[in-house]
Design a protein around this ligand. Sequence first.
Ligand code: SAM
Length: 664
Amino acid sequence: MDNDTARHALADHLSKLGIRDPAVLRAVRDVPRDAFLPPELQEFAYDDAPLPIGEGQTISQPFVVALMAQEARLRPSGRVLEVGTGSGYAAAIFSRIAAEVYTIERLAGLADLASERLEDLGYDNVFVRHGDGTLGWPEAAPFDAILVAAGGPDLPATLKEQLAPGGRLIIPVGDTPREQRLVCVQRRDGKFDRTDLGAVRFVPLVGQEGWGERGERRTAQPSRAVRAVTPPHGSTVSLLRDVAEPVRAIGSADLGSLVERIGSARVVLLGEATHGTSEFYRMRARITRELIEHHGFNLVTIEGDWPDAAQVHRWARGASPNGQPAPFQRFPTWMWRNRETNAFLSWLREWNSHAGPERQVGFHGLDLYSLYSSIDAVLLYLDRIDPAAARVARERYGCLTPWQRDAATYGRAAATGQYRLCENDVVAMLQDLLARRLDYVEKDGDRYLDAVQNARLIADAEQYYRVMYRGGHHSWNLRDRHMVETLQVLLAWHGEQAKAVVWAHNSHVGDAEATEMGAQGQTNIGALTRRWLGDAAFNVGFGTDRGTVAAASDWGAPLEIKALRPAREGSYEALCRETGIPGFLLHLREPEREEIREELADPRLERAVGVIYRPETELQSHYFHASLPLQFDAWIWFDETVAVEPLELAQHGTIGPAVFPFTA
Ligand code: SAM
C-alpha cells in the first residue's frame, strides 16, 4: 500500500473508532506521518500506535491526536497551543484545522528537529518554541484550545488562565507519571467545567506546573508556578548577619557604601515591597537627596501619571499654584498624596530655589493611566501655540471621547471589531507633534516636552487598553516599556550629564528575568533598564516582615490601614527576619562576601503588596518566586514597618485645590 492509500485507510479506521469531525479526518488524510519518523520506522507510519522518536519520547497515537483535536472543537479561525511538540506530527494535524498553532517542547533536540521539519514541509502557521510548556505562551495567549501531549499531576493553573472564554484545555491528568485520564476543561463564564474522556497513557509532563525531573510531585499551588522552597538555613542566616550593614535610623543611616557602589550609575531604581509603607518612602527620599546633593542626579521619576507629576514638577521648580485641581486625585491617591512624599517635595522645592540652573531637579511621572487628562493637556497646549493643529487634534482625539468614563471599555469595544479603532488617529497626532518639534520648541521648550510626552502617553495608552482586554502579559509589558521610553526621552532631553532616580514598586524595579513572572514572558523597568544601560543601571529592592500598611481591599475601594502579616516561612523575608536585625542594607552586586550571592541564589518566595492587600489569600495573591541576588543590586530591609500617612486621613478628606501640591 502506498502512503497516500495508507493515510486514507488510517482515516477510515479512526472514523470507525468514533472520530466524526470531517476536518479532523481530512487532516489525517492530508498530513504525511511518515515524514515525522526516522527511516527505520517508516513501515509502521500508518499504524494506529505511538512510536519512539528518540530521547525516550514518542510520536502520539493517531487516534489520540484525532480525539484531542475533535474534543477541542478546533475551528478554522482558532488559535491553538500544543504542549509537547515531540515529532511535530500532532501540530501539523492541528495546523490543517485551525489558523495558528503554537507548540512548545521541553527537549531542545526534539524542538529543533520538529521546527526544521515543519518548515521544510511548508506548515507555515506552526510556531515552535523550546521551553516549559506548563507555563504556556503568554505573548500569544489567549488560546481557543490548549492540547497537552504529556500527562501531569494536576491541571496547570497557568494554562487555564491562558484559555480564551469558551476555550478548551485537553490534558491527561493522573496520580502517577505514567497513567492518566484524558480531561477536557472548558472555560465558561469565568468558571472551568471538567469532562472525563477516558483512560490514556502519555509520557510525563515535566515542568514547573507538572512533574519534577525525577517524577516527584511538586508542591500544589492554585495559581502560581511553584518551585521547591528552600527552608531558612542556619548558615545562610549567620552569613546574612555577617554581611548585613545595620540601618538604625533612616535620617542618620550611613549610606556611604551604597552611594559608593551606585557611583557612576545613570539610572538608580528604588523599589518598595508595598505601595503604602512609610519606611520605604522615607528611605527612598533619603537616598535620593544624597544622590541629588552629592552626585549630580537631576531627575526624580515615579510610578505615577505624567500630567499629575508635571503639575508637581512646576511647583517644585518655583511656580505658584495656578488654580488647577490638586494632582494625584485618582485612585490610589495615597501612593503620592502622603506626608512622606510631601516632605520630600517641600525639600525639593527648597533645593531648586537655591540650586543654579544646572543643578535644578525635575519631577516626572512615568505611568500611562492618564489618557483623558493627557488629551486635555495636548489640546490646551495646541490651543495656545497652534490653534489650527488644535482643531485637527480635537477631531482625532474625538475618536476616544465616547469611552471617557472608563478607558477600559474602549479596549472591550475595540475587541468586538464593531467600533472604530483610534490607533491611527493617536499615532498621527504624536507624529505631527514630533515633526513640528523645531517650530514648537522655539516657542517654549519645556511645554513642548510636556505636550509631546502626553501625546506619546495617549498613543501608548490607546494600545494598552486594547491589549489589556486580551489578557496575558501584553498590557503589563506595554506599560513598563512606556515607562522606560519616558525615562529615555527625559534623559535625552536633559543631555549626557542627566541622571535619574526611579521610584516604583519592586515588581517594576527588580529584574523580571529573575522572577517566575519573567519565566512566563513578563518584562519590566528593571529588566529593560539593565539591557539598555548594563552596569550603569542600579536597582535597590525593599522588604519588610510585619507591621501596618496602607492599601485597599479592591480596586477603587476605600483606603484602609491594614495589619501586614508576618512573612511566610521559606520566603526571603522570613530569612531576613531570622537575622534579628531590625533594619539593614545588603549588597548583592558587589557583596562583602561573594558566598552570600550563592546562598541566596536559589529561588524563594518573595512578597509583593500593591495597591490592594488581601491578607486572607496572601500566598496566592502576594507571593511569587524569585532569585533575590539576580533581581536586585542591593536590598534594604526593615523588620517592622508602619503605613504611610495618607493626607486624606490626616485632613479628613478635605484636600482642596488651595493647598498645592499637597499641604501648605
Ligand atoms: N504530539 C507529539 C507528536 O505528535 O509527536 C508527541 C508528544 S510526546 C507524547 C510528549 C512530548 O512532551 C515529549 O516530546 C516531551 O518531551 C514533551 N514534554 C513533556 N513535558 C513537557 C513540558 N513541560 N513542556 C513541553 N514539552 C514537554
